[in-house]
Design a protein around this ligand. Structure first.
Ligand SMILES: [Zn+2]
Length: 474
């Protein structure tokens, strides 16, 4: 069997900025990474067992203005260096781009309008040209973004993606195409609600409608994709989850497995299951690995999956999740508890394995993709979090200097300790929730204090939700 593709997908889009993700858009603001930071990161994920580095050219970059702006130039310079570095580490590089959503306001151009389509073709041609050293270009429907105007449907997304893919294959023969079916399927195309006077603006209130599922739409659009598979370039893989819902669950009429098998007869398939490791804007250390490994086993039973993504927006905090995800592709029958023990022993020696009992307590907030949040009496939780703080403090100086880790191991241990202290304070008898909320915001999201209101309000909402979980916990 060929080795599974283990894709490290670092989503550093502008609504996912935080202290643990690179800031690629605001040169004068915090959380910028130096080239060396990037190289350290690449070395770490290669060491964990990933063999593909994937990034999203988000709409803020995927537009005409960013081609020549100082931010765009710096982005291009640094990402090219990163691509070179991951190649040196024997990893491949993949850039994914939403088919039609462009600019800082996440506007979706309509492929059915000639000037819009010409603009999109120009952007695809030019941006792929800027990153011609990638091995794979991924085309995905959007999220954000998609078009229902002027008769656009899911089939439009399939057809126009084939046009783009063919053009890329013609000009860059070495580049493989990764066509993504993300959504119910094909997020938003033909089902996103857009007001009658829409010019393709991003409207947060309507985004959920992109998930509207109907059997009729699914059958029609998936049949169309199957019919047109031959028209994609020879080197094409298809990313498709086992279910047509945000969690990729193969349930009821949203079970995608018959389509997955049908497609796998003609093309290699990958999983793009997004919520297995951390979800979006739930920034704290995660421990949700039984579902991760279970999903890998289900995928292998369902169809000849050739690997897929591990999503992260917190590579400098959730290194354990990355490590677990890489192992899950290599060997889905491993016990995730054993993998976690190996991880902490690798970092801190034999005593490191004692950290798991405390670390797992971080997974306490029900959230996208988290199905087994810790439940226990609040006072018992508080007591165990204090013990976990002690265990982390005791390991000072025990860090293994031979491990490639990013940031440094002492910094990582201190970061875990900070979160353990926060969760311990939040579960104490009479917390000052306002002060703790501010402290969390300052640590994690302070970059948004310097920015105008973002089109996506999720960082604020996520912070309130985290605090509310403890405030509502009797
Ligand atoms: Zn349209």
């Amino acid at each position: 069997m060929s080795p599974q593709r283990a894709i490290y997908y670092n989503n550093f889009a502008s609504h996912l900025l935080c202290a643990y993700n690179p800031n690629m858009y605001y040169l004068e603001l915090p959380f910028r990474w130096s080239d060396d930071d990037w190289f350290d990161l690449a070395e770490m994920v290669a060491g964990f067992g990933f063999n593909v580095f994937e990034f999203w050219l988000e709409p803020r970059m995927f537009c005409r203005e960013s081609l020549d702006s100082s931010v765009g130039q710096e982005y291009i310079r640094q990402m090219r260096l990163v691509i070179d570095r991951v190649h040196q580490l024997d990893m491949k590089a993949e850039m994914i781009v939403g088919l039609a959503t462009v600019g800082g306001q996440w506007r979706t151009l309509c492929p059915g309008v000639r000037p819009d389509w010409e603009e999109l073709r120009f952007l695809w041609r030019t941006w792929v040209g800027r990153f011609s050293s990638v091995d794979t270009v991924g085309i995905f429907p959007g999220d954000p973004g998609a078009c229902s105007r002027n008769g656009c449907t899911a089939e439009t997304y399939v057809d126009r993606s084939i046009d783009v893919a063919q053009e890329i294959a013609k000009s860059h023969a070495h580049i493989e195409i990764d066509f993504n079916t993300w959504g119910p399927p094909f997020f938003g195309w033909g089902n996103l609600v857009m007001p009658p006077d829409s010019q393709g603006e991003f409207i947060p209130e309507y985004q959920h409608t992109a998930w509207t599922f109907t059997e009729e739409r699914t059958h029609r659009s998936m049949s169309h994709l199957v019919k047109r598979l031959d028209d994609f370039p020879e080197k094409t893989v298809i990313s498709i989850n086992m279910g047509f819902n945000p969690d990729g669950n193969p349930e009821g009429n949203q079970d995608a497995r018959p389509w997955v098998r049908e497609i796998a007869r003609q093309r290699p398939i990958l999983t793009w299951d997004f919520s297995l490791t951390e979800g979006e804007n739930a920034v704290y250390p995660h421990y949700r690995f039984s579902r991760l490994f279970e999903r890998r086993r289900q995928e292998r039973e369902a169809a000849p999956y050739a690997g897929g993504i591990c999503f992260t927006m917190t590579p400098l905090l959730n290194q354990l999740s990355l490590y677990e995800a890489a192992q899950s592709f290599k060997n889905p029958s491993l016990d995730p508890e054993d993998v976690a023990a190996d991880f902490f022993v690798m970092l801190f020696g034999e005593e490191g394995s004692d950290l798991i009992d405390g670390y797992r307590l971080f997974e306490v907030i029900p959230d996208w993709g988290c199905y087994d949040a810790i439940e226990m009496p609040r006072h018992a939780y508080h007591k165990r979090m204090i013990q976990f703080c002690d265990a982390l403090s005791d390991l000072a100086g025990a860090e293994n200097r031979d491990v490639s880790f990013c940031p440094s191991l002492p910094a990582y241990r201190r970061e875990l300790l900070w979160f353990a202290k926060l969760f311990s304070d939040l579960s104490s008898p009479c917390p000052d929730y306002d002060a703790l909320m501010q402290s969390y915001w300052n640590r994690v999201y302070r970059i948004y204090d310097y920015l105008p209101q973002h089109v996506d309000p999720r960082p604020k909402r996520a912070t309130k939700r985290l605090i509310a979980h403890f405030a509502d916990w009797e």
